[in-house]
Design a protein around this ligand. Structure first.
Ligand code: PEP
Ligand code: MN
Length: 350
């Protein structure tokens, strides 16, 4: 990263950018209150750092060793100051601020009535953001694929309407590049699912929409790998990334007692590396509704900036993931307990 002098002129900044572009690389430009910081995006082997450092207006050149440079704490402190977390703002909700944020809703949108009823009850329970799958990444082609799979936009419209009616930003998954344009017209946050964590083209396309991205960790990904792929989003100039731990498969599927194994140590570990907010999805991580309460509490105690929980008024009837969906009443208990835990453990801060 190239740190410019406080009084660096635009001409001097442009010169540095031109040098970077001259190597076929991209420049990530951040204009802070006092100085401009320029990050290099791409393969830096050909860059002559001593030459860059000697250019007029350059204060110093710092090398960041990790592969997720743009989202690293080291880099971001020059952009957003030495904050505990980046605050991702969506509507009037702040993710990464003093309070944990609760995202709740059905695994899949099944009908307008189902979505609106869950949205209303989740809001009453204290949820801030509404989730609902329209394009579902199912293992079997014979399973219900979500209402969007037939090409229908209706379910996306309902998401937007429900969000307006109950005053909650909405999030849904983009399962492939083909859906990015259409989904971005309706929702406030684009979700990239665990199976797509490695899909660079999807990450780039979604990032370019300029909307916050809820980015889920793949069940086989290490933390460095997870953050390296989040960097693809940041490299498009989009730092509104909400990282989500949703369970991993540590050895082999047969060895996980629950659906996946919730990696809670990942929460503080990731927060040490990056200032991006980290949320936890206890629903997919456990696959069991009776474990959602305790894992939610544990996640908030571990410092999670929020939770994403699957909710259904009649879990037995849910078309997808009923076994891990909790009722709105149970959500109320989760939220109450988590708020208390946050205050007790983190003093209501960060
Ligand atoms: C989801 O949140 O709807 C989902 C499918 O989760 P994951 O991508 O973590 O499996
Ligand atoms: Mn689900």
């Amino acid at each position: 990263m190239i740190i410019m002098d406080t009084g660096a002129t635009q001409e001097q900044i442009d010169r540095v950018i031109a040098e970077i572009k001259g190597h076929g690389l991209r420049a990530d430009i951040s204009r802070g209150e006092f100085r401009t910081v320029i990050g290099i995006v791409g393969d830096e082997r050909k860059v002559d750092f001593a030459h860059l450092e000697a250019l007029p207006g350059v204060k110093e050149v710092l090398s960041i060793e990790v592969p997720y440079k743009l989202i690293s704490r080291e880099y971001s402190k020059f952009i957003d100051g030495d904050k505990k977390h980046r605050v991702v703002k969506v509507g009037n909700v702040s993710i990464g601020g003093d309070e944990p944020v609760f995202i709740a809703g059905p695994c899949a949108v099944e009908s307008k009535e189902q979505l609106f009823r869950i949205a209303e009850e989740a809001k009453q329970a204290g949820a801030h953001i509404l989730r609902g799958g329209v394009f579902k990444p199912r293992s079997s082609v014979h399973s219900f694929q979500g209402l969007g799979a037939g090409g229908g936009e209706e379910a996306l419209e309902w998401m937007r309407e429900a969000g307006k009616k109950f005053d909650m930003p909405v999030v849904t998954e983009v399962r492939g590049e083909a859906q990015v344009d259409i989904v971005a017209q309706y929702v406030d946050i684009l979700q990239i699912g665990a199976r797509n964590m490695y899909n660079q083209d999807l990450l780039i396309k979604a990032a370019r929409k300029g909307k916050p991205i809820l980015f889920k960790r793949n069940f086989g990904a290490g933390i460095e790998e997870f953050l390296s792929f989040a960097e693809y989003i940041a490299a498009e100039g989009n730092r509104d990334i909400i990282l989500c731990e949703r369970g991993i498969i540590p050895i082999g599927k047969g060895r996980s007692y629950t659906r996946y194994t919730l990696d809670l140590a990942a929460v503080p570990a990731i927060q040490k590396e990056t200032y991006l907010p980290v949320i936890v999805d206890p629903s997919h991580a456990t696959g069991r509704r009776d474990l959602v309460f305790s894992m939610s509490c544990a996640a908030v105690a571990a410092g999670a900036n929020g939770l994403m929980v699957e909710v259904h008024y009649n879990p037995e009837e849910a078309l997808v993931d009923g076994q891990q969906s909790i009722t709105p009443d149970a959500l109320k208990d989760v939220i109450r307990a988590c708020r208390e835990i946050r205050k007790q453990v983190h003093g209501g801060k960060g």
